[in-house]
Structure formats: C-alpha cells, structure tokens
Write a new protein. Structure first.
Length: 228
C-alpha cells in the first residue's frame, strides 16, 4: 500500500478512536479480529478457485483460525466494541502465494497478542477479573495462531519466545499498528467483513469463554428452568 494511503488509514483510525475514547481499546481489538477473519476468507476463496496454492494442513489451520477469530470478534462486540472499519484493503496486498499470506497473518496475530496483553492489564487495573481472564484466553489463542503462521513460513523455531513481546501501553495503540500493515480503508471499496466464504467450525471447541467464576459457580437445582 502507498505511504499516503497508509497515512490516511492512520488518520481514520485516530479520528474514530478519539470519538470513542472510553472504548478505543476494544474497538482496536475487534477490528484486528475482523481483519483476520476477512483476510482468511479471501485466502480460502482464492485457494478454492485455484489462485492460491495451499496444502491440506494450511487449509485446516485457516478454517480453525478464522472460526476462532470470529468468536473473539463476536465476544468483543457483545461487550460494546465497535470496529473502526468493516472493510479491509486486501486486494492491493499481494496474496499470490502462501508465504505472502502467512507473513501478513503473522503480522496481524502479533499485533493482536500485544493488544490483548495491554487489554489484560487494563481489565486487571479496573478490577474486572472476568474480562482479565478472557483477555488472556484470546491472547493465548492468537499466540497459537502466530506460532503456526510462523511455522508455515518455515521459521525455526516457530515458537521463538519464552514470553510474548510487549507492544502497547494501551490496546487502542493497536489501531495505528493495524493501519501500518496496510489493510484499513476509508471507503467502501474494500472487502467487507466477514469475507467471501462461510466459516467452518467443525472440530473447534470453546466458542464462548468460560471463566473461573462460571466453571466453579453453583449449578442450578435439578428442574430449574433456564432462561432463554
């Protein structure tokens, strides 16, 4: 993406973040997850049409990762997050081979890990233990995605850190990092979330978070109606 387009995208991210300062961190997080879901959708479509060569292991990973990132997206939306944009500039980014795809995906997942780390600190400072646990859960899964993307890139070792890299003092800063990758758009010409293909969640579990309070809380009495 050209530098002027990236600057415009950064301005877009900053402007929206300033309008919703109290939720800017959540907005950056949900946008990251949306970008990953959409990117993988485009990659899966290209692979199905024969324009991108992916082996069976790569396709299996992408299906699971897309499903998991979409689960993160919907959880974040449920607690008030609003995407900075729901269209992404993927046609201008070279996805002609597996290496280009997994390099971009690794960039997105690395940003997500750093953003979840920052959000965990925020939730812990606010005393919200439930969201602290869930931020850890999402960050742990995105770290798995990062390691697997690096493995498909041929990195040795793919899991090259004992502790995740510190990236952001505030999760809202991830919006600028996402803009620098070159996938944000100001207009409606991008590819809309969630992308061109159906998500496939076969074999994926834990699609909703389970925290300590929920796991150890008292069970309802036998015969107690469960509200819908």
């Amino acid at each position: 993406m050209r530098r002027d387009n990236r600057s415009a995208a950064r301005s877009l991210a900053g402007a929206v973040s300033r309008q919703v300062t109290d939720d800017a961190g959540l907005n950056a997080l949900v946008t990251l997850e949306a970008a990953s879901v959409t990117l993988i959708g485009v990659a899966r479509q290209r692979a199905a049409e024969g324009d991108l060569v992916l082996d069976e292991a790569m396709v299996g990973f992408l299906r699971a990762s897309q499903c998991q990132d979409e689960a993160h997206y919907h959880f974040l939306a449920s607690i008030g997050a609003t995407p900075i944009t729901t269209t992404f500039s993927l046609t201008e980014i070279g996805l002609d081979d597996a290496a280009s795809l997994f390099a971009l995906l690794a960039d997105l997942e690395a940003i997500a890990v750093g953003a979840h780390m920052a959000s965990l600190q925020r939730f812990a400072t606010e005393g919200d233990l439930r969201l602290t646990e869930i931020a850890y859960q999402m960050g742990a899964v995105d770290a798995q995605h990062l390691a697997l993307a690096r493995q498909f890139l041929g990195a040795l070792p793919a899991n090259d850190r004992a502790f995740a890299r510190w990236r952001f003092a505030d999760p809202a800063e991830a919006a600028d990092a996402l803009a620098d990758v070159g996938v944000l758009r100001e207009d409606e010409e991008g590819i809309p979330f969630p992308g061109p293909v159906e998500r496939i969640c076969a074999g994926v579990f834990g699609l909703v978070p389970e925290t300590t309070d929920e796991a150890l809380g008292p069970l309802p009495a036998v015969g107690t109606p469960v509200s819908s």
